[in-house]
Structure formats: structure tokens, C-alpha cells
Design a protein. Structure first.
Length: 145
């Protein structure tokens, strides 16, 4: 993942695309910081988690800027988010998530909310970062109640 981002950064530098350069440098900085915290190289799933966290922060910033009437800043964050999303896996559709959840509930023989933690753990592993945890949680609650 890091190598791919570095290659994209070099391409952006050649094109003198300042917004893209700044965003890619920011992404690399966050990933390097996480590597330093971990004292080891990040795996792709760990890198994806960092990028998903950045994506959530950007979405929240966009929402707050729009609420505050700062459309210019919201647009800047949206451009950054667009670049960041290039490195995230394609998110699963809600139907795909529901199918995985229903299959997991059947496998675990889960019957009540007491089994939610077990189901959530398995579903999160199966979706492999391609589905938002809050969406999974909402659907699991619906299916178990």
C-alpha cells in the first residue's frame, strides 16, 4: 500500500498537482505515524483501517463545514476524500452485508442480542474492512431482535 501511494505521489509531483500532493503526503504521514506507534511495518488491512479512519474524519469535517456555511472548505475536504477513496477497497453493498450476517447468524445459531458480539466479530472478519462497523452493527441488531 505504501509503495503504491509513493508512486502516486511521484506522479502528482510530475504533474504539479498541489492538492493531490498535499493529500498523498498527509496519507503517507498518517501511515508512517501508525508504523512508528506499532514499531513494525503495517499490513494492508492495518493500512486500510488507518485510511478508513481518515475517511470518517473527512466526512465529519465536510458535514461540519457545510453546517457552518463554509462550502469552500467543505469542497477542499471533499477533494481530499476523493483522493483518499482511491486507496480504499470498494465498499460492500447492503445486500451483500445482509447475506453475510444472515449466514453468520445461522452458522453461530445466534438467537438473541446476547450473541451479538460473537456475530459481529465473525462478520467483521468476513467483510475484511469493506463494510462500515456501524452499518454491520445496525443490521445485526435488526436481525437478532
Amino acid at each position: 500500500m505504501l509503495n503504491m501511494i509513493k508512486i502516486k505521489l511521484k506522479d502528482a509531483m510530475k504533474l504539479k498537482d498541489k492538492d493531490r500532493i498535499n493529500t498523498l503526503r498527509n496519507i503517507l504521514a498518517k501511515l508512517k505515524l501508525k508504523e512508528i506507534e506499532k514499531n513494525d511495518a503495517l499490513t494492508d488491512p492495518e493500512s486500510i483501517k488507518v485510511l478508513q479512519s481518515m475517511s470518517k474524519q473527512l466526512n465529519e469535517s465536510i458535514r461540519q463545514y457545510k453546517d457552518g456555511g463554509r462550502i469552500d472548505l467543505a469542497n477542499n475536504e471533499a477533494k481530499e476524500l476523493e483522493i483518499l477513496n482511491e486507496f480504499l477497497p470498494e465498499p460492500m453493498s447492503e445486500n451483500e452485508i445482509i447475506k453475510i450476517i444472515v449466514d453468520t447468524i445461522d452458522e453461530c445459531q445466534a438467537e438473541s442480542m446476547k450473541d451479538m458480539g460473537k456475530v459481529m466479530g465473525i462478520v467483521i472478519k468476513k467483510t475484511d474492512g469493506k463494510a462500515d462497523g456501524s452499518v454491520i452493527s445496525k443490521i445485526v441488531k435488526e436481525k437478532l431482535s
